[in-house]
Design a protein around this ligand. Structure first.
Ligand SMILES: NC(=O)C1=CN([C@@H]2O[C@H](COP(=O)(O)OP(=O)(O)OC[C@H]3O[C@@H](n4cnc5c(N)ncnc54)[C@H](O)[C@@H]3O)[C@@H](O)[C@H]2O)C=CC1
Ligand SMILES: O=C(O)C1=N[C@H](C(=O)O)C[C@H](O)C1
Length: 266
């Protein structure tokens, strides 16, 4: 396979730096540039802590996408900038692989339409860890039999969005098989606001943020005399990299948006 030319947005971040290390080891990928908030014009190798790679850093996404010959943009930044980068990439004929979470429904629709118009692949995956994808699929299956369910997601305390993209996607998958209904007592009242968590069609999502955590989720189902817990833990950000690699390869064959890594797994 010819080299896939990749731009990484957010190279100094927890995920972006891990993605650079993955790309460095992968002979079929070539890093052609990075988009960062600082270090304009410097090489990646000149930035402390980053791999010894020659690609240039741009602080202007427009300039990077205009000047660089690239196939794929990997975005691992913030919801606000990830959305802008994704649209810009499509405008420049570059296929986005987006790990950034927290896009609104309206933004997702806009990206879907733009990808369709440009006939370009986009992968937006709220979780690139294969174990997390399985956890979400198993949860959808379980919800057919256990319609009362609460999602507990636990992340490091630097996370910007809540609930996590994974929890949102899990709830969406469960919604496909679960009839909307209010869980808990009909007269239930919160004596402290938020005590029962976020509500999606009557199921609850609880978000925990603590130092020491990375990315963890439990989906707890309750039935008569029994509970079922489906749990996934990312103990290291390496857990996401096989999914990022797969998405980079597969996005080259797509001509529309795919939301969720499950659509790319055999
Ligand atoms: N899909 C998945 O499997 C995963 C997704 N994520 C998501 O990825 C995103 C990044 O997560 P982390 O790496 O943990 O965050 P982080 O805060 O460590 O890194 C974000 C990076 O983006 C950079 N950045 C911010 N604005 C920018 C801009 N305009 N241009 C270029 N770079 C910019 C920041 O300087 C920072 O280095 C989050 O939305 C998070 O939810 C995180 C882990 C796994
Ligand atoms: O911010 C993170 O760290 C993570 N974000 C993604 C999410 O919002 O689901 C994926 C994973 O949980 C790690």
């Amino acid at each position: 396979m010819a080299d896939i030319k990749v731009i990484v947005a957010g190279p100094r971040g927890k995920m972006g730096s891990e993605a650079l290390r993955m790309i460095e080891k992968e002979p079929a990928f070539q890093l052609v540039g990075c988009i960062d908030r600082i270090h304009d014009g410097q090489k990646v190798a000149e930035v402390e802590g980053l791999p010894k790679m020659d690609a240039l850093i741009y602080t202007s996404a427009e300039k990077a996408l205009g000047e660089l010959e690239a196939d794929v943009l990997i975005d691992l930044t913030t919801p606000e900038h990830g959305y802008k980068h994704t649209k810009l990439a499509l405008e420049h004929g570059v296929r986005p692989v987006v790990g950034t979470t927290g896009f609104t429904e309206v933004q997702m629709e806009e990206i879907t339409n733009l990808a369709e118009k440009k006939e370009l692949g986009v992968v937006i995956a709220p979780n690139f860890a294969v174990g997390a994808v399985l956890m979400m699929q198993f949860s959808k299956w379980a919800a057919k039999h256990f319609p009362d369910v609460e999602i507990i997601e636990k992340h490091h305390d630097q996370k910007l969005d809540a609930p996590s993209g994974t929890a949102v996607k899990t709830a969406q998958l469960i919604q496909e098989v679960r009839e909307s209904h209010k869980q808990g007592h009909t007269d239930e009242k919160e004596t402290i606001d938020g005590a029962r968590g976020a509500d999606v069609d009557g199921m609850k999502i609880h978000s925990m943020r603590l130092p020491g955590l990375i990315a963890h989720q439990e989906v707890v189902f309750g039935g008569l005399g029994q509970t079922l817990t489906i749990k996934h833990d990312s103990h290291h950000r390496e857990s996401f990299m096989s999914g990022v690699k797969l998405a980079i390869e597969k996005v080259m064959e797509l001509d529309q948006l795919v939301y969720g890594l499950e659509h790319l797994l055999d």
